[in-house]
Design a protein around this ligand. Structure first.
Ligand SMILES: NC(=O)c1ccc[n+]([C@@H]2O[C@H](COP(=O)([O-])OP(=O)(O)OC[C@H]3O[C@@H](n4cnc5c(N)ncnc54)[C@H](O)[C@@H]3O)[C@@H](O)[C@H]2O)c1
Length: 398
């Protein structure tokens, strides 16, 4: 009996087990001709406590059938099945035990890091000399982000569709003593993203930090949003994240230095009235970040970090007029400062304000009607959205 040579964790073990079962099914359908495939699978799978390679496929699949029909399986087959299940159970218990042990460490580590002042947690000058690209940097949170990143010594690359806004941001960065270069780029166009990315690489150099900050919303009832506008929201708010990753991630991986920041929203955790397109793309952005993180971890692409930021309402033109009942809107400068600190500290997930972290899980265990009542009668979020007085589409290509 072999254990995983690659020291599989619990999740990998479970994945292997699911794949193994599928493989057994396909062997049972195709008969002996699938032997090769079965062997290939067992070689590629890092966890091979599986007798399938050593046992003829016919035998391998005969046992479950004969058992389910109430008899006929040989005693040695039954014994080996029982042994296999026992050792799988033992392995599961061991993985659980190791998981609990490491969890204690991770919780303690998180507590210590939370209490530790920044200067003991990381080098506050860590970003000096790096190149940071901020999408949607022509205004709102993006402009503050550009200024704050420049103040930490990064060269800032500003992308936006708003050429006038870009000029203002570049001026603001220079006034703060930093370096900035602006590029007009329409993030709803894949070609425009790839083309501008090539220009940046030639003219500025390798990009170390990408902040996917640009976004748009329509703030209308789902059935009232024009089809093209829904598509544009998806292009800017989520598809652009993929093209940005494809343009900049490979170099980050090869140089073992990089950071991708995804600015989502609390509406990416809890759907919001009149925000169907926006909310859907922000849910997608959360998923994008989680999978990016998982892939970097599994593929051991160390050196590349990623951060997901989910802010509550911010006092920018995006949600103009909206007055939440729970607490006033966040200020864009505060949000930008928190994002820069999260990059410095390599934080994986930031929710603003942090206290909201404790409330969102209730959505998964309270009855749906109770959640709705909390939203409508107590928090009054739909009513707050009704006060939205729209904002002109400022993002015009100049
Ligand atoms: N404002 C809020 O209440 C709020 C709440 C939670 C999350 N957020 C998120 O924070 C981020 C910043 O939002 P903000 O409040 O500063 O918004 P904003 O509207 O002030 O800024 C968005 C920027 O994106 C740019 N942009 C829009 N479409 C573009 C395109 N096709 N190509 C290039 N640039 C484009 C705009 O020109 C603008 O400069 C967004 O991701 C937003 O979803 C905002």
């Amino acid at each position: 009996m072999k254990y995983c040579p690659g020291n599989c964790g619990l999740t990998e073990w479970m994945n292997c087990e699911v794949r193994r079962r599928k493989q057994l099914q396909s062997v049972s359908c195709r008969g002996p001709s699938s032997t090769q495939q079965s062997v290939r699978y067992s070689q590629s799978c890092s966890f091979s406590m599986i007798p399938s390679v050593q046992v003829h496929p016919r035998k391998m699949v005969a046992a479950p059938h004969s058992q389910s029909r109430g008899g006929g399986g040989s005693t040695s087959d039954n014994t080996s099945n029982r042994n296999r299940m026992e050792s799988q159970g033992a392995r599961l218990l061991l993985d659980l035990f190791l998981f609990l042990l490491t969890s204690v460490y991770y919780v303690l580590e998180a507590c210590v890091l939370t209490l530790l002042p920044l200067r003991f947690r990381c080098d506050p000058d860590r970003l000096r000399g790096q190149v940071a690209l901020v999408t949607g940097g022509a205004g709102g949170v993006g402009r503050f982000l550009c200024v704050k990143l420049a103040q930490r010594g990064t060269t800032v690359v500003v992308w936006d569709v708003n050429a006038e806004g870009i000029k203002e941001t570049v001026k603001a960065v220079q006034a703060a003593g930093g370096k900035a270069v602006g590029y007009v780029c329409d993030l709803s166009s894949r070609a425009s993203i790839y083309e501008t990315a090539e220009k940046v690489k030639k003219e500025v150099g390798k990009v170390d930090i990408v902040v996917n900050n640009a976004a748009m919303l329509n703030c209308k009832l789902m059935l009232d949003i024009e089809d093209e506008k829904i598509e544009r929201t998806f292009d800017v708010n989520i598809l652009a994240h993929f093209w940005m990753a494809k343009a900049f991630l490979p170099e980050m991986i090869s140089s073992q230095r990089g950071h991708i920041v995804t600015v989502a929203s609390v509406t990416g955790i809890l759907g919001t009235y009149k925000c169907s397109d926006y909310s859907a793309t922000k849910f997608a952005a959360c998923g994008f970040h989680e999978v990016l993180y998982t892939e970097l971890q599994v593929e051991k692409k160390t050196g590349v970090d990623c951060t997901l930021v989910c802010p509550y309402h911010i006092n920018t033109p995006m949600f103009q007029g909206v007055k939440p009942r729970l607490r006033p809107c966040l200020e864009p400068e505060y949000v930008a400062e928190k994002i820069v600190l999260a990059i410095l500290k390599k934080e994986n997930f930031v929710i603003l304000p942090n206290i909201l972290r404790w409330f969102f899980p209730v959505k998964f265990f309270l009855p749906a009607k109770m959640c709705w009542s909390l939203m409508y009668n107590v928090l009054q979020t739909p009513q707050a959205m009704m006060k939205f007085n729209g904002h002109e589409e400022k993002s015009k290509i100049n």
